[in-house]
Design a binder for this molecule. Structure first.
Ligand SMILES: Nc1nc2c(ncn2[C@@H]2O[C@H](COP(=O)(O)OP(=O)(O)OP(=O)(O)O)[C@@H](O)[C@H]2O)c(=O)[nH]1
Ligand SMILES: [Mg+2]
Length: 430
């Protein structure tokens, strides 16, 4: 942790410019070793970079320094804006690696230090991860809101509220007898009413659709009996030959996932093996199990079959292959289409768009991740347990447990295990 780290934070070279960042106690010494100087903080300075051992000119670069703790990482931080050639970057990196106490950064390590040093909280770090991955406007908007602290502020508000209630209960525990005598009223019901209101507020926010649907795409699963035309429909929706199509029943064995962005909404389309009670072989049987798993996890089920779809919260019953001679229409279906002629495909997209607005987080409200929602529900459960309790000691304990859940959302406590996973999906240099 005391190492000074460095990495290229812009994209992979070659590029016009490569931005190399250095963070840690040795950052400014490193700048001095390369330029024989340390420029004024927060002011770009053009400097010759020389190999500290040989004195050879490596590049001429813009140098910026940001003294800690007021920097992005909370440590002394320097930026070198190099010419973005591979050899230039490599030469400067090896010059830095030759300095004592400096090493290349791990993925996400700059952000991790920002979190450790209290520059951002965990919800902001998670938002940053989403921002880096954002491909649609809606994804970008939700992510930037998190990085700007929308989730942090919301949770801080709840946490302060619970802390205040907790302090009142602790005071009752310490001086309850005297207060009772003085006022003649029992203050506990008012505290519990306030805890109940807070739990309602939290539940309302946590009940909103999770941000993962926005981030990873709405899971739209095509399922139905063998040969129903699922793979052909997948190919029509993606505009490419994503899945093999054949007249043989049982062609698709595995789940085939195809991400598609349409009308600003990210969908993850999944083609599945035809569901049948009599699979032809062991492999097809595994495919059927996987199809059933995908179907259960779908945000939207597209059911292609002449029988009615299985129970699912959001299902569209599709009458496919409608162009075929002698195909009897299905009055029960939500939609009739032909992937072969394209008839009905636009209508299917319209239906998906209409469903998506109810399934995705509302654009102007704070959206929580599944991890944050679970912790929110844990907090509101703890608050409600405190509401029905009459023993002051237990009320105090339930409030403390709600506070622990808020701390886990912000990363103040109990989250070591998830940090590696979170920062593992960042790029090196972030
Ligand atoms: N005329 C016509 N034929 C279609 C249409 N959709 C699919 N087919 C044909 O129906 C057969 C089965 O299509 P697939 O898309 O492979 O069906 P599937 O549901 O994926 O089948 P499995 O993967 O075996 O479960 C193929 O011969 C397709 O060419 C359609 O809209 N019109
Ligand atoms: Mg198929």
């Amino acid at each position: 942790m005391n190492d000074t780290i460095f990495a290229v934070s812009s994209g992979a070279p070659p590029a016009a410019i490569a931005i190399l960042r250095i963070s840690g106690a040795g950052a400014f010494d490193a700048i001095h070793a390369l330029t024989s100087d340390v420029p004024k903080p927060r002011t770009a300075a053009l400097r010759a970079l020389r190999d500290p051992a040989s004195g050879e000119l490596l590049d001429r670069a813009l140098v910026l320094i940001f003294p800690g703790p007021g920097s992005a990482t909370g440590e002394d931080l320097a930026e070198l804006h190099l010419h973005g050639g591979r050899a230039v970057v490599r030469a400067v990196e090896s010059a830095l690696a030759s300095l004592a106490g400096l090493r290349a950064a791990e993925p996400g390590e700059f952000t991790r230090r920002a979190l450790t040093n209290g520059r951002i909280d965990l919800s902001e770090a998670e938002g940053l991860g989403d921002l880096l991955m954002a491909e649609t406007e809606a994804q970008r908007r939700a992510a930037i809101r998190s990085t700007e602290g929308a989730v942090r502020r919301e949770v801080e508000g709840w946490s302060t509220h619970a802390l205040m209630l907790s302090a009142q209960v602790e005071a009752l525990l310490d001086h309850g007898d005297e207060d009772d005598v003085a006022t003649g009223a029992d203050p506990l019901p008012a505290i519990q009413a306030s805890a109940s209101t807070l739990a309602d507020t939290i539940d309302a926010v946590a009940a909103r659709p999770p941000v993962e649907r926005l981030r990873d795409g709405l899971r739209v699963v095509l399922a139905g009996p063998p040969n129903a035309g699922k793979s052909t429909l997948l190919n029509a929706l993606t505009g490419r030959d994503a899945a093999i199509v054949s007249p043989v029943a049982g062609t698709t064995r595995d789940r085939i996932e195809a991400p598609v962005v349409r009308g600003g909404v990210a969908y993850l389309l999944t083609d599945t093996a035809g569901i049948t009670a009599n699979p032809g072989d062991a492999i097809e049987a595994i495919g059927v199990t996987r199809a059933e798993g995908a179907l259960a996890a779908a945000d939207i089920l597209l059911w292609l079959g002449d029988e009615a779809p299985p129970e699912h919260p959001v299902a569209l019953w599709i009458h496919a292959r409608a162009d075929e001679d002698g195909r009897v229409s299905n009055p029960g279906a939500d939609l009739t289409l032909s992937a072969a002629t394209g008839a009905g495909i636009d209508m299917l997209w319209e239906r998906l768009a209409a469903l998506s607005s109810a399934l995705l987080p509302p654009p102007d409200l704070v959206a929580l991740s599944a991890r944050q929602r679970d912790l929110c529900f844990a907090a509101s459960r703890a608050l409600r347990s405190g509401v029905i309790e009459t023993d002051l000691l237990l009320v105090a304990e339930h409030l403390r447990s709600a506070l622990r859940a808020f701390d886990a959302i912000s990363g103040k406590a109990g989250v070591e295990a998830m940090l590696d996973a979170l920062f593992g999906r960042f790029c090196i240099g972030k």
